[in-house]
Ligand binder design. Sequence first.
Ligand code: SAM
Length: 356
Amino acid sequence: VTAVEERLRRRIVERGPLPADVVIDEALYGEDGFYASGRGAGRGRDFLTSPEVGPLFGAVVARALDRWWEDLEQADPFVVVEGGAGAGALVKAVLGAAPACAGALRWVCVERSAPLRAAAEATLTTEPLTQVLGAPRGQGPVVAVSAELPTGPFVGAVVANELLDNLPPVIAERTADGWAEVRVDERLAEVLLPDDAVAATAHRLVPDAAVGARIPILRRARRWIADARSQLEVGPVVCFDYGVRATAELAGRPMEDWLRTYRDHGRGGGWLERLGEQDITCDVPADQLGADHVQTQADWLRSHGLDQLADEARSTWQERAHLGDLTALKARSRVNEAAALTDPSGLGGFLVHTWH
Ligand SMILES: C[S@@+](CC[C@H](N)C(=O)[O-])C[C@H]1O[C@@H](n2cnc3c(N)ncnc32)[C@H](O)[C@@H]1O
């Protein structure tokens, strides 16, 4: 029995069955939870994400930032808030790409896990949040690490890679009598209970679901996006994540397909097994988030110059392969990264949600 399981069981005995999102939140972010213990994205941790594959993803994000910065008439300060920043791989790669906006750039890594915030602070040069937000013009780039979204209004952008899939979903099941909510009882097993708000949302999302169908309801992700958008005076919110276009697609699949667990670079067990010791993550259905624009990650990266960066790397590799020096090796790994980031059955098939 894990420490998280013990605590959850006590809480359920006191208060009754808990909604899935509350249980998942505790398993990931509560005391002894998966992320709270410093686990997560990275080669030395549990799974790889686009920024953790290598610096190319950040180099393309740097190009996108420059485009947005131009759209904002080279605003200074230009504040970029990164949600769910993990150990800071994205900002490192963005700064490494030396974007034109660097002098105006104030980057805030927002990360809920204290050990991951400490890991980011250990490898980045950071300043206190108030200093970063209050820095004089032209003093960028400056970086801060924060446990919560900073309070705006800001001119800039909000970005998040693989955050929304980690904001715990409510789960609904279609029964013979209509929709019910999946909760967790003191055996740490699923129970179905009626809930009017869940039923109404589920019915609206998938009115013709078959009995037995399940869907996630992304209340917390919607709230996070609304909060992020409300901090921006002007500028885009851009979220990268795996998922599908419509919730109905998930209703036709078994829940283990879209509510998955990971640990130690492999898949974990059922979502209620070893609570606190495995990541629990949910495919993100775009229809619940209502972005202004949704496109695949491959298309987004290409629209911001990925092919050009990959072509340059390919020529460098061809010219220098015989030398086998660091420049040659970096170029070769960039070519490989480009293939991984655009693979339609992998990272390239992720969706990019943009609110203007
Ligand atoms: C899958 S990881 C992605 C990390 C990083 N963005 C990457 O791509 O490598 C999700 C991260 O979001 C963090 N997180 C979850 N909820 C959060 C919230 N409400 N605010 C800030 N960070 C959060 C988790 O602790 C975790 O580090």
